[in-house]
Every structure is written in C-alpha cells, then in structure tokens.
Design a binder for this molecule. Sequence first.
Ligand code: BDR
Ligand code: CA
Length: 311
Amino acid sequence: PKKIIIDTDPGQDDAVAILLALASPEEIEVLGITSVAGNVPLALTTLNARKVCELAGKPDTPIYAGCDRPLAHTLVTAEHVHGKTGLDGPDLPDPTMPVQDQHAVDFIIDTLRAQPPGTVTLCPLGPLTNIATALQKAPDIAARIREIVLMGGAYFEVGNITPAAEFNIYVDPEAADIVFKCGAPIVVMPLDVTHKALVTTARNEAFRALGTDVGYAVAQMTDFFERFDKEKYGSDGAPLHDPCVTAYLIQPDLFTGRFVNVEIETQSDLTRGMTVADWWHVTDRPRNATFMGDIDADGFFTLLTERLARL
Ligand code: BDR
Ligand code: CA
C-alpha cells in the first residue's frame, strides 16, 4: 500500500475522504492524520478528525494537531458551508482516542526523514499551512516526498470563496505558493473535478442503504452539505471535493488532467489565492503540477460506496 499522511480540516467532505482511506488498507496505509485550521478553527478540526477515526472503527490512527492560523493572513473559516462544528449533520459521539503530543509539522518532517525517500505521499485536504511550514523548517524533505495529491484551486470553475479563488488556496496563498514551488510531484484536484463529483439523491440513498453507522453518518453529512450548494449553485447534490484525493490513490484512472505550470496569486487583493494554471501552455514557465480536469463520477461513487460498506 501507499504510505500517506492526510492533512485536513474536517469538514464533511474531508471526513468522507478519511473514511475512504481508512476503508482501503490494501491500497493505502495512513501513517497519520494532521489537522489544520481551515473550515473551522484548529480545536474543532482536530476534534472532528478524532470523531471520524472512531466512526471508522480505527481509533489507533495517530492524529497530530497542526497550525492554528495561516502564514501571513488572519484565518478565514467556512461555517456557512460546514456548520458551526465543521461537521454538522450527524450526531457523532465525543471521541476518547488521544491527540498525539507531537506537533503536526514535526510529525510530517520526522516521517519523511524516517521513511525511505520517495515512499510517503502527502494528501492535503485543507489550507496548505502545515505542509508549507514543514517545507520551510526542513527544506530537505521536499526531495523525499513521493507525491503531493491535494484538493485545491480551480481553472475553468474559477472560485468558490471569492470570484477568483478556491477556499483551501485562498485561506493560505503564501503556503500554497511554497508548496507549488517545492519541486515535489504534485497532483491537484481542483473545483473543475470536484464540482462533477455531486452527491445526487440516488447516490446519497446508496450510502444510507448500506444500513451501517458509517453509511448513515455519511448520508447525514452530505444532506447537510447539500443545503448550501443547492441554494447557492442550484446544483444537483453536494460536491464531494476532498474524497477525490483519496479516490485517486486507489483508482487513478478515474481522473484525467494535464501536466502544467501552476502559479499562485499572493499579491492582488482582487484575485488573491487564484491558481493560475497554464492549461493551454501559452508560457514557458516550468510545469510543476498535474492539474486534473475530469472525473468518471459514476465510477467514483461506485468505488466510494463499495469501500464505505467495508467499515
Ligand atoms: C474545499 O474547501 C473546504 O470547504 C472543503 O473541505 C474542501 O477542502 C473546497 O473548496
Ligand atoms: Ca477540506
């Protein structure tokens, strides 16, 4: 299996991404989960990560708390999407599993140094603060990363938190800039992909029909998540952004994209956090990321439902 660290700000869609990874031990070994401030403040994202691991029946998963604010800006949160707790929808019990003593950034650094080079994949599902801080503190780790597979950014879909920017990149564009320049192989799941991974009524019923705690909880999460997107975009169901990352690790052929140059806007007030992807290769800027553009949505939901049934 691929050894991964999930860096996350749960978030209903983060929760589903974590469940999918924990349900797939043949393909994915979760070395640890690192929390970051994003959808809600750090204390809540850390709490939610613990709730999700216990829901999955995997309380031995090590969880590390990370950075509580972006590198250069005040934290922007998304309670308007995820609810006050960040994980509104299901009523999950208070967790008893611990948070590790080590800081998430140090866990990321130590893990990359301890494991053979090129064997650890980073999976950021929130703002890139922890990953960038680790790269700043220990530049040697960049060359040891197998791949960074992240949810963030947009090209044709442009933005969701501002007209120009996607939430994860917008919250900490300075961090994103560091990550996109670090030299490690990067795969991006932008809104162009995730806005095609919609939980339609039928797909949500399939979760519920699993008849398990996990199936019900996921259905309740996506029910809650959907309210916002239906109202806001009139879309047929909530986009499951973050699970695209963990699905890619299991079945990469569900996705297609292009290896392009991606730069992050950090200066402009108007377009801060924009991912400027050279989709048509109109510059000579070096290619640094595989920017996905399409997904086999039916295949993705078949995989997800089948895997959730295992928990
Ligand atoms: C991203 O922002 C968060 O609200 C979601 O969890 C996802 O990671 C989508 O823009
Ligand atoms: Ca997220």
